[in-house]
Design a protein around this ligand. Sequence first.
Ligand code: AMP
Ligand code: ZN
Ligand code: FE
Ligand code: FE
Length: 280
Amino acid sequence: MPGSIDLHTHSTASDGTTPPETLVRAASEAGLAVVALTDHDTTEGWDAAAAALPDGLRLVRGAEISCSRGGVSLHLLGYLFDPDDAALAEQLGVLRDSRVSRAERMVAMLVADGHPVSWEQVREHADGTVGRPHIARALIDSGLVATIEEAFTSDWIGTRGRYWAGKHELDVIDAMHLVHAAGGVTVFAHPGADGRGRTVGDDVIEEMAAAGLGGLEVDHVDHTPETRERLRAMAGSLGLLVTGSSDFHGSNKQVRLGENATAPGVLDEIASRATGVDVL
Ligand code: AMP
Ligand code: ZN
Ligand code: FE
Ligand code: FE
C-alpha cells in the first residue's frame, strides 16, 4: 500500500540480496513512506542506506539480533539504538564471529559427506553477516538442491537438519537490556513463526514485557490469521505495540517490500521512546 511503513528488511549487509543503497531506492519505488533496515546482528548497512535515502522516504535504523530463551531460538528487533554503544557493539561482534565458525562447521560436515561445496562458494554470496541462505546458495551452485526452500529441509541445513549447526545466541533478556541501554526500542520479531522450529511460550513474552519490550511483530508472512489474532490480543493485554513488516530478503525470500505494514502512530511511539539515533 502506498505510504506504508515497513519495519523489517534485510540487505547484503546480512542475508538479503539487495545492497542497502538499492534497498532504499526500491522501497521508495514501492511507494513506502518509511523503511527499517534490520540486518542480522549488524549495523553495517546503516550508512550506505542513509547516504542513498531518496526524498520522501524515511529510514529507521535497526538490527535483528540472534537470541534464545530456555533453549529456544528467537529474534529480537532493536530500533534506533546508538551503534557506537560499546557493550552492544561488542556482543553483536561476538554473534557475527560465531556465525562464521558455525557456517564453516556446516560446510565441513557437507564436505565430510563428499558433497562438492566449499567455503569459498559460501563467501562469494556473503558480503556481510554470514547466514544459512548463503550456504543454501552454495548448495544450489553445486547442483545439490534446486531451491533455497529445498536447502532448508531436514536433509540439508534446515533447523536441526542433517548439516545444521547451532550458533551463539544472546539470552533475550540480556539482549533487551543491551539495546535499551544503548537508547533503542525492542520488538519481538515473528514470535509465532512456528513453521521454522520451536517458538517460545506466552510466559517468555510476559517476561520480555516485564523487561521493557516495546512491541510484538504481529503482522508477518510466517503468521497465520489465527496467530495474528492471538498475538494482537496478547499485545493488547500486555500494553505492547503492534508492528507489521515484510522481512524482505530480496530474492532469498518470496516476500515483497511493504507486504505487511505498521500503523503510523506506532512508529511515532517507537521514535519518541528511542534516544540512540533519530529516524532519518
Ligand atoms: P541463520 O540466521 O543463519 O540461522 O539463517 C536464518 C535465515 O534463513 C532466516 O533469517 C531466513 O532469512 C532464512 N530462512 C529460514 N528458514 C527458511 C526457509 N524455510 N526457507 C528459506 N529461508 C529461510
Ligand atoms: Zn534472514
Ligand atoms: Fe527473523
Ligand atoms: Fe528477518
